[in-house]
Structures are given as structure tokens and as C-alpha cells.
Ligand binder design. Structure first.
Ligand SMILES: NC(=O)c1ccc[n+]([C@@H]2O[C@H](COP(=O)([O-])OP(=O)(O)OC[C@H]3O[C@@H](n4cnc5c(N)ncnc54)[C@H](O)[C@@H]3O)[C@@H](O)[C@H]2O)c1
Length: 280
């Protein structure tokens, strides 16, 4: 069945989570430049305010809604604020994410480490679809949802982040197939970024106090690893380039949206390991 394609331009209302930094901010800038009204949601209030100020000063239509996506009531409030202001929503970018627990082997991760990592990366997407899909279905107009996974969803798992992104990929596949089965006019894409120059490995800055272990943000081993990974990301693709890829994917209704081919060998290796029943 053909799903009507959602263009992004004047009249489009786009909700973007994690919009105060990195790819989310690049999506907001790009969609606003195309004429869309953008609702920026983020847990980091100061950066969110600056992002909205930048867009409105440039003459774009944008509002900011402080939102912790791991809190389902906050995501409900985001939807209510969006409908209150614009009366509709057409594009939902479930993009907020954190690097999560990187401080040791998986068996040492505490419930708080799991709660933080899965709470933002997986439950944030769960809350986004649970709140917004019924709204999009009731509208009956063409709409599009993009969930941000990662290349780590397609390669062998290494840490809690990979666990969360494998789950986002599976969730998005289920969502797409179920909407298609209902003949809903809602396109779905899963964004699969490679290495993008963002602040992802500074994600602990927003780790809630209640989900810290003994009040500490991270271990010193985790701090070193994050610094290394941050330096690697800085060499990566500019988020503006990803925004262009996503805009095109929405307009052409593509499902798997890989940003580049750099991880192809690792994806192929994992798939071959599975199909050849390779021993560990
Ligand atoms: N940068 C990469 O190389 C890369 C690769 C693959 C996937 N991703 C994914 O891309 C998405 C965007 O991340 P980014 O790389 O732009 O990093 P970023 O840190 O620059 O931006 C992430 C934004 O999410 C916000 N955020 C964190 N916790 C939140 C919460 N509980 N509620 C609402 N907002 C919250 C942060 O404040 C930040 O503004 C994430 O889902 C990330 O996992 C990034």
C-alpha cells in the first residue's frame, strides 16, 4: 500500500526531542529553514532556550518545551503544548539520547545505570509513540515518525547503549509494520547514524541525580572512555549533513536511513556470523 508522503514546508508542524544539541538542533534548523513550525523539546533548559532564540531571531516559527522524554507525563505535556499552540502535529522526531553507562562490563551496571540508559534511549521513544501515534491516527492526515537508532543497532552488541539501540530498531520495525497493516497515512523511518560530530559523549551532563550511583556522574574509567569517544565523534559527519539525509528520507518515505557505508563491513560480519552459526 502506498503511504501518502509527508512533505516538510510551510504548514508542517514538527516535534523534535533532544533538539537543543547535535542532530536534533540540526533537524530543527533544517525543518525551520524549509518553512515548518518546529517544537523543540529537551531536558537541558539553557541550551533549549538558546536554540529557540536563535530560530525565532532568524524569523522562524519555533517554540521550546522543556521535556524529559523518560517521563511519560512530560511527553504527554509536550503533545498538549504542541496541540495547544499549533492544533496539529505532522512530524515526530524521537531523537533524544544519551551515551549511557560505559563504566565497566555489563554485569556491573546497576539498576540506576540501566534506568538512565534505557529510560532515555528506549522508553523516550516508547513514550513518544504511545503519546503521539493516537493523535496522528485521529488526525488522519499524512504524517511521519523518525526514531533515532544507531549503527550500533546493526552490529554486535558491546554495551548498554547498543542494547538500547537494538531495541529502538526492533520497536520501529514493529511500529512501521503495524501502521502499514492499519493503512494509516503515517510514514515511519529509523535513522541509523554512524559517527556524527555531536555532544553525545557529554550526555552524562543531564543524568538525573536520582539515577546516579552514590552521587557520582561517572567512574574515572568511564570519563577516559568518554573523552576518547568524544574526540572520535568530533571527526565525524556534521549533523547538518544528517539533517539533509533525513529531510530527503521523509520526503521519499524511506525506512532504513543509514547515514553512510562506513559500518557496512561490521554489519555484514555480524549477519554472516549469525547465518553461519559461527561459534563464539
Ligand atoms: N553522535 C553520534 O555519532 C550518534 C550515532 C548514532 C546515534 N546517535 C543518536 O542520535 C541522537 C541524538 O544525539 P546527538 O548525537 O545529537 O547527541 P547530543 O548530546 O548532541 O544531543 C542529544 C540531546 O538529547 C538531550 N537529552 C538527553 N537526555 C534527555 C532526556 N531525558 N529528555 C530529553 N532530551 C534529552 C540532550 O540534552 C541533548 O540536547 C541520540 O539518540 C543518539 O543516541 C548519535
Amino acid at each position: 500500500m502506498e503511504v501518502p508522503v509527508r512533505d516538510i514546508g510551510p504548514g508542517t508542524v514538527a516535534v523534535i526531542t533532544g533538539a537543543a544539541s547535535g542532530m536534533g538542533l540540526a533537524f530543527a534548523r533544517r525543518f525551520a529553514a524549509a518553512g515548518a513550525s518546529v517544537v523543540l523539546a529537551d531536558v537541558e533548559g539553557g541550551a533549549l532556550g538558546r536554540a529557540v532564540d536563535e530560530l525565532t531571531a532568524a524569523g522562524h516559527d519555533a517554540i521550546g518545551v522543556p521535556t524529559d522524554v523518560s517521563d511519560s507525563a512530560a511527553v504527554d505535556a509536550l503533545a498538549a503544548r504542541t496541540l495547544d499552540r499549533y492544533g496539529a502535529v505532522h512530524v515526530l522526531m524521537n531523537n533524544a539520547g544519551v551515551e549511557g553507562y560505559l563504566d565497566g562490563p555489563v554485569w556491573q551496571a546497576t539498576d540506576r545505570d540501566w534506568g538512565w540508559t534505557l529510560g532515555v534511549n528506549l522508553m523516550g521513544v516508547v513514550h513518544g509513540i504511545r503519546t503521539f501515534v493516537p493523535i496522528l491516527l485521529a488526525q488522519g492526515a499524512p504524517a511521519h515518525i523518525v526514531n533515532t537508532a544507531s549503527m550500533t543497532a546493526l552490529v554486535r552488541g558491546r554495551n548498554l547503549y547498543g542494547v538500547s539501540k537494538h531495541a529502538v530498531l526492533a520497536l520501529t520495525e514493529a511500529l512501521a509494520d503495524q501502521l502499514t497493516a492499519q493503512r494509516a497515512p503515517i510514514g515511519v523511518s529509523v535513522l541509523v547514524p554512524g559517527t556524527i560530530a555531536t555532544n553525545l559523549f557529554h550526555g552524562s551532563r543531564n543524568r538525573p541525580a536520582a539515577l546516579r550511583n552514590d552521587g557520582a556522574l561517572m567512574s574515572s574509567a568511564g570519563e577516559d572512555l568518554r573523552a576518547q569517544f568524544h574526540a572520535r565523534l568530533a571527526e565525524g559527519m556534521p549533523p547538518e549533513e544528517v539533517a539533509g539525509i533525513v529531510l530527503d528520507a521523509i520526503r521519499t518515505d524511506r525506512f532504513y536511513v543509514l547515514t553512510d557505508a562506513e559500518w557496512d563491513d561490521r554489519i555484514r560480519q555480524r549477519t554472516e556470523d549469525i547465518l553461519t552459526r559461527r561459534p563464539r
